[in-house]
Design a protein around this ligand. Structure first.
Ligand code: FAD
Length: 566
């Protein structure tokens, strides 16, 4: 955590903060753990095929739960299993890995960890700035570097910045009250607080919020600037300054940017494990059935077209899914989990399948750009101590130079290790877009040399760098969604679309899920929970019901759901 993170006012011993999102504080974690399961479908519907577009986390959670309920998910994937949970190995050392998308997962994301635990994956603390898992952190601003092992080592100025942020969210967004309500799982109180804030703050940017706060007004511009640099949790958030403050509040209320762990062996292990796992509590399918076995080992190909030709007698028919290489099949229900822009840019989707206002919401979705560049080094040399200063020779680094954030990742002293030389968003990510991997590394090393004169990082590099710019990948077109001011209405439409009673018959049966449908985009928890919404929608569409005593997300949407500003 950075100095600005520790805004836990309730003290130790109280109930934990979870990602009980204020827009819809439905307890997905308890829903998943309920002994009666998620519901049932009529016997006649067992084995019914349901198309699932995308084999990222959301698509696989959806498919896995549909399979458990006795349906036959047919997963389509344009790239590889895992989507934005993508892990790459360095060519010369396959056990040394880099997580190109999601890499650090907050322990408050209980639904995400439901699957991590169920599949027996090991996790470890992620070395964020100033966290216990980080030996030392350097914050370099305006050419001046500050070395710290703990937040207390930083000059008073940074503590003033942290204090200003605490005051700003307490004064302007009821932070203390909201976290208390989340801890207590007091859904009524959460909604009472949030529904007022949504109306007041939907049109406010993150920057506008802090600039208008009494605390930052009094503290002055240099404090706002430094806050942009050191931020909270994982560090600088100033590339989010133009986004809606509601997006930032969702993150800080739910501790999404704190208590991070990574998956040992790489984040992609989770979707891969979901694909291969044979659950015990299966309906309809023989023991040992997994998504992999249902698919003969590989997902179906990329979807190129979605239509809904008339059924027998001219009524509403099934959905027709056409693949890139021409194969087509019909399904009574479809779940699309790819970024929603792709439904117009990469997939020919019949326009009448969604209400016009939903199309508007999809097209207005705003995606963050993001770039990461990793190098493998011969050993974690940063643990060497400079005899002159007594400090680590290299530290986890936050800087206002090009790389912005540098992370040091190792798996023990005598093994190759990894430096995430630069992890950037938006404008900072676009600066890398036109450069190849080597060009990126050269510039990053040049910046780091200014911060660590005399430390020869390059001499430790082995093998080829690994780099990614998510916005240039046609299967994603961006890293993750972030609402701009005034976008609440769009997100509310997208999120609630899975409850389809109000839609005409020809628009029912196709569901949206995944990161950009969720209110907590950029966190894998939202991919999981929107997948569960889609499962509920499919079950209902096919005549099924929720399990007794375990109401599903659609059952409680009216009571707890996001308010409409439309
Ligand atoms: C740079 C970056 C950093 C992140 N950091 C974190 C983090 O630290 N912690 C965290 O919790 N989350 C993080 N996230 C977010 C997390 O990775 C996502 O929320 C999650 O992986 C999204 O899963 P999804 O299934 O919704 O979407 P995706 O993973 O995008 O899955 C959709 C799938 O659809 C496929 N597809 C596209 N077009 C078609 C087509 N025509 N036919 C068939 N399939 C198609 C895609 O190939 C993809 O596999 C990060 C994401 C990025 C990009």
């Amino acid at each position: 955590m950075t100095i600005a993170t520790d805004i836990n006012h309730s003290g130790p011993g109280t109930a934990p903060v979870t990602m009980l999102n204020p827009d819809f504080p439905f307890g997905y974690d308890t829903y998943l753990q309920h002994p009666s399961g998620l519901g049932s479908i009529p016997e006649a519907a067992r084995g019914t095929k349901v198309a699932v577009i995308g084999a990222g986390l959301s698509g696989l959670v959806t498919a896995y739960e549909l399979m458990k309920l006795g349906l036959c998910p047919v997963v389509h994937e344009a790239g590889e299993i895992g989507g934005r949970l993508k892990t790459r190995s360095f060519a010369g050392a396959p056990s040394v890995t880099a997580d190109l998308g999601g890499m650090r997962f907050p322990v408050s994301g209980r639904s995400f960890y439901h699957y991590v635990d169920k599949l027996g994956l090991r996790t470890e603390a992620f070395p964020n700035p100033l966290s216990d898992a980080t030996s030392s952190t350097v914050i370099e601003l305006g050419g001046k570097a500050h070395y710290a092992r703990t937040p207390e080592d930083l000059p008073a100025f940074f503590h003033e910045v942290a204090e200003a942020w605490h005051d700003a969210v307490d004064d302007g967004a009821q932070f203390r009250q909201m976290q208390e309500a989340i801890r207590a799982r007091d859904t009524g109180r959460i909604k009472q607080l949030w529904n007022v804030l949504v109306r007041d703050l939907d049109e406010q940017t993150f920057y506008g919020f802090i600039a208008a706060s009494r605390a930052f007004k009094e503290a002055g511009f240099d404090h706002r600037e430094a806050f942009g640099q050191v931020g909270f949790g994982t560090g600088g958030w100033d590339t989010d300054f133009p986004n809606s403050i509601l997006e930032i509040l969702r993150v800080v209320y739910t501790d999404a940017d704190d208590g991070h762990r990574s998956i040992v062996g790489g984040a992609q292990r989770l979707p891969e494990a979901l694909w291969h796992h044979a659950p015990e509590d299966l309906v309809h399918w023989p023991a040992g059935t997994s998504l992999a076995s249902l698919h003969g080992g590989s997902p179906r190909g990329a979807v190129a077209r979605i239509t809904r030709p008339p059924g027998a007698g001219g009524g509403v028919g099934d959905f027709r899914i056409e693949e890139k290489w021409g194969r087509a099949a019909q399904y009574p229900a479809v779940v699309s989990t790819c970024q929603s822009w792709l439904l117009s840019t990469r997939i020919h989707t019949e326009e009448g399948l969604f209400p016009a206002r939903l199309w508007t919401a999809m097209e207005r979705s705003h995606y963050m750009q993001s770039s990461k560049t990793f190098v493998m080094v011969d050993r974690p040399f940063w643990k060497d101590v400079d005899p002159g200063t007594g400090r680590d020779v290299l530290s986890m680094t936050l800087t206002d130079r090009l790389p912005r954030a540098t992370y040091l990742l190792d798996d023990g002293p005598d093994k190759p290790a990894v430096i995430l030389l630069s992890y950037t968003w938006n404008d900072d990510a676009l600066k890398w877009l036109a450069l190849d991997a080597d060009g990126r590394v050269e510039l990053m090393l040049h910046s780091l040399e200014q911060i660590y004169p005399g430390v020869d990082i390059a001499s430790h590099i082995v093998g080829e760098p690994i780099t990614v710019s998510w916005e240039s990948d046609p299967n994603f077109m961006g890293a993750f969604k972030a609402n701009l001011p005034g976008h609440y209405r769009y997100q509310q439409r997208l999120f609630t679309h899975f409850a389809q009673d109000g839609l005409p018959e020809h628009q029912r049966g196709i569901f949206l899920a995944g990161d950009d449908i969720s209110f907590t985009a950029g966190w894998a928890e939202g991919a999981v929970t929107t997948g569960l919404n889609a499962v509920w929608g499919v079950v209902k569409h096919l005549g099924g019901v929720s399990a007794p005593g375990n109401p599903g997300p659609g059952d409680l949407l009216e009571e707890l759901g996001p308010i409409s500003l439309d």
